[in-house]
Design a protein around this ligand. Sequence first.
Ligand SMILES: Nc1ncnc2c1ncn2[C@@H]1O[C@H](COP(=O)(O)OP(=O)(O)O)[C@@H](O)[C@H]1O
Ligand SMILES: [Mg+2]
Length: 403
Amino acid sequence: MQLNHLSLTNFRNFARLDIDLPRRAVLLVGNNAQGKTSVLEAIYFLAAFTSFQTHADRQLVNFLAARNDNLTVARLVADYQRGKSKHRIEVRLILEPVGVLNGKRLRKEVLLDGVKRPLNEAIGHFNAVMFVPQMSAVIEGAPDDRRRYLNLALAQTIPGYAKSLSDYSQALSQRNALLKQLNERGGDPSQMTYWDEILTASGAQIILWRIQAIQELERFAARAHSNLTRGREVLRLAYDPAYDPLPNSEGQMGLKMDTPVDRSTLKLEEIRAGFMEQLRRLRNEEIARGVTTIGPHRDELRFLANGIDLGDYGSRGQVRTALLGLKMAEAEWMREKTGHQPVILLDEVMAELDGERRADLLQFLETTGQVFFTTTDLALFTPQFVQTAEVWKVQAGTVEKQA
Ligand SMILES: Nc1ncnc2c1ncn2[C@@H]1O[C@H](COP(=O)(O)OP(=O)(O)O)[C@@H](O)[C@H]1O
Ligand SMILES: [Mg+2]
């Protein structure tokens, strides 16, 4: 994947940006609050249709334009090459007036090669991997952070994942509404069967994809992490599904935490039937609680180093190294699955790494595709690297190529 041209209008502090991008590494240099992170955020947005920094898309729309104009459109356009073919992906964030009380609504449109497409279908055509040190929430944060991480990586990589996810979450809210209604007003519990079927159809597919993806990611992550720790630590990614299709993994708690559970032989139909059965068994309990208690929306993913859960017991350095290993793995996995190198976006990572890890990262990046770095300090890079890279100065929402 090669991003050839990026164009932004009314995105964050960029009223307008138009840049041609080289094949080699790009270093975005500048003081704080100039717009470096925003450039990476825009590129990532063109891959994931969401920000890694905020759930609120309207925060991305230039606020001066939003204040001055009745209707504001933030526009992001990437011209890129995927294999031999050239494409254009465009996202429009349209902030438009609704009602009478100066209310505004945000609408998101995605166009692939000029044709408007549902987000679910457009995702995965342009791929990017984003790495920010603050992403350690993926390891240390709440289960929600880990699910979001997983969903974004899988949606970009597995065709159909985003669609199944949105089917699942629609079914989930309908099912929860019915559970609540049965709880509050009573009624025939067998009405649940219909929603159980819909929920488990997409749910089982998501579980199966997660089983496979986590196993594949683990393979890459374990290798990267072993290199990063000079063989001192063994990293494991443990999938902990809220509905566990493996009949006897209940006894897992008694096992050592890092004992791998192999779910790789499970078939889709097996998972679906088991999930369905378990929902039936839980029906009365779920009606009493008014909410769906099992399924992919409650899944967990744990990171273990030498058997220790890094989310609970990892040191800052261990978490940082595991995150770096995970990001390297994500890039390699994406390439293996899609056949194309994702664009790699690294926000202020050098400052957070020690000298050895910095060298490891630069070495790794020699084997990957197009890379974008941001930094306040070029001295964090070796002079040789700065020489081979293209350096761009970012200042107050403008970008200028350095001689
Ligand atoms: N919606 C917006 N409209 C205009 N400016 C914004 C918006 N959101 C953030 N900014 C501003 O954009 C600037 C650039 O932020 P950022 O890209 O994080 O800078 P850097 O990474 O260079 O430190 C900040 O000054 C921030 O206040
Ligand atoms: Mg920044």
